[in-house]
Ligand binder design. Structure first.
Ligand code: XMP
Length: 520
């Protein structure tokens, strides 16, 4: 496996993504944790030193233990990683000046030209006839003298040491960020690097499945495991994987808070109980949830009530599973990576509901987290590997508090029923037009306002609703989806004709920021 030592760059996770795409297993660890003992235990086959906001010219600059350079494994330093390498191996780094030529601070696109024909790192580069490659720079400091043993493989107008290498020791150091999209050939550079380290690219989902099953068996032994199933992709894949490992030692608890979409509860129960034969408790507690939510209209109060009841209910049903010692969670790798810079880390508030926070300690349960090494797209790949239907794996995310936050104002059963019908028509339209997979999330919100309309010869006085559809990569930022007017018109007509209780349809064209994806 490959070790990525994180010095706090905003884009360290992308390094891991690029390597996983090459079927190389890697882990990111913050520099503070990487001690000599850690290195000995981890025994990496190669190491990447990430970028970061610090400056090696300052005292207390973060550094890896000097022993990384004695391990005999290939090392790639990126940006700050290059500077720290040069500094520790006998080169010189200077603080950046923002203006002037020749190795100053540089942000954005740059073009690298080769100085040597060195195929160990640069096979596949400089092939398009232009003799140069676009790369993405983002640095204040720069290397002003390379360390003994290093050669220059490539330069850019502002970075004389854009690509440097000590081929004998297989140490490589680049000034730019090969992991970002704006370095179009970055993947090839990583590919060459991992080849030089002897990785064969055999880390596939099939292999992961086998490993994960063995690990679950080893961890759990003959004990019982409870899994909170939400119907979302992560908990579903976790449940199916664990069931494959330990069969009926697994019991799933599906908390139905009455805020699910049309037919959703039935679909989940059918899929897991009937198709997969997974022991499943369908905790239908909609009365309890809707009773407590009655009359509440403040978004945070709604969330708090749902979160609190969810934990109570989950515990009540989990207590019925005799002898359970483990709780399974669909925690993913982005939730696990410790953030060095404390920015861009996972959003704890958003996740706390689904992760039934605090429960494991309260119930004295140990955690089983078979997805904690995977990114979201890898979870989907594992789901396909496990035979989960494509329609299930590609589902849009659905928030823990469910329809409660798509019903601004007071929640009532009639409003929820109307909302479920309208949402079903809208999603059906999106699927029929082949747009579902282009959209990150789409839903209907029922608005706390009634408007006047005319249908046939009669006056109507019914609810207005808003359609929402966004594109996004991670839910942190989002853009509204540019439906055609024909699509919007057809959908509005269908909703008004097919759903009793709605007589006006609007389309929400707010991006995030300044809006959020959900209305509450
Ligand atoms: P926002 O509305 O914050 O949503 O732009 C970003 C993503 O998070 C989901 N979301 C939630 N998920 N509990 C959840 O489990 C919540 O309270 C919650 N609020 C928003 C939302 O659906 C979107 O995918």
């Amino acid at each position: 496996r490959l070790l990525i030592i994180d010095f706090g760059s905003q884009v360290t996770q992308l390094i891991a993504r690029r390597l996983r795409e090459l079927n190389v297993y890697c882990e990111i660890h913050p520099f503070q944790n990487v001690t000599e003992a850690f290195l000995a235990d981890f025994a990496p086959k190669a190491i990447i030193l990430s970028g970061g906001p610090a400056s090696v010219v300052h005292d207390h600059a973060p550094r890896p233990p000097a022993s990384v350079f004695d391990m005999g494994v290939p090392i790639l330093g990126i940006c700050y990683g290059q500077q720290v390498m040069m500094d520790m191996l006998g080169g010189t780094v200077e603080g950046g000046k923002i203006s002037g030529g020749g190795g100053t601070a540089e942000f954005g696109r740059a073009y690298v030209t080769p100085t040597e024909d060195r195929s160990d790192l640069l096979t596949g580069w400089f092939m398009d006839g232009s003799g140069r490659e676009q790369v993405w720079m983002s640095h204040g400091d720069h290397v002003s003298k390379i360390a003994p043993g290093f050669e220059v493989y490539g330069t850019s107008p502002n970075a004389p040491y854009a690509i440097t290498a000590d081929p004998d020791r297989r140490f490589y150091a680049v000034q730019f960020h090969p992991e970002v999209h704006h370095t179009p050939n970055g993947r090839t550079l990583f590919e060459n690097f991992v080849k030089s380290a002897g990785f064969s690219g055999d880390w596939t989902m099939g292999a992961y499945r086998e490993q994960a099953i063995a690990a679950i068996r080893e961890q759990v032994g003959d004990k019982r495991v409870i899994c909170g199933l939400s119907g979302g992709v992560d908990s579903s894949v976790a449940a199916v994987l664990i069931h494959e490992a330990i069969g009926d030692q697994l019991t799933c608890v599906f908390v139905d808070h009455g805020l699910l979409r049309k037919n959703e509860a039935d679909e989940v129960v059918t899929m897991f109980r009937d198709n997969y034969n997974i022991p499943l408790i369908h905790a239908d507690e909609s009365e309890l949830f809707l009773g407590e939510l009655d009359g509440q209209s403040d978004p945070e109060t709604k969330r708090k009530i749902i979160g609190r009841l969810f934990i109570d209910v989950f515990q009540k049903y989990a207590d019925q599973v005799e002898g359970a010692e483990f709780l399974a969670q669909g925690t993913l790798y982005p939730d696990v990576i410790e953030s060095v810079s404390f920015s861009g880390g996972p959003s704890v508030t958003i996740k706390s509901h689904h992760n039934v926070g605090g429960l494991p300690e309260k119930m004295g349960l140990k955690l089983v987290e078979p997805l904690r090494e995977l990114f979201k797209d890898e979870v989907r790949a594992l789901g396909r590997e496990l035979g989960l239907p494509a329609s299930f794996i590609g589902r849009h995310p659905f928030p823990g508090p469910g329809l409660a936050i798509r019903c601004p104002g007071e929640i009532t059963r009639p409003k929820l029923d109307i909302l479920r019908e309208a949402d079903a028509v809208y999603i059906d339209q999106i699927r029929k037009h082949g747009l579902y997979d282009e959209i990150w999330q789409a839903y209907v919100a029922i608005l706390p306002v009634r408007t006047v309309g005319v249908m046939g010869d009669g006056r109507t006085y019914d609810y207005a609703c808003a359609l929402r559809a966004v594109t996004s990569v991670d839910g942190m930022t989002a853009d509204y989806y540019p439906f055609t007017h024909d699509f919007l018109g057809e959908t509005a007509t269908r909703i008004i004709n097919e759903v009793q209780g709605i007589n006006r349809v609007t389309y929400d064209i707010t991006s995030k920021p300044p809006g959020t994806i959900e209305w509450e």
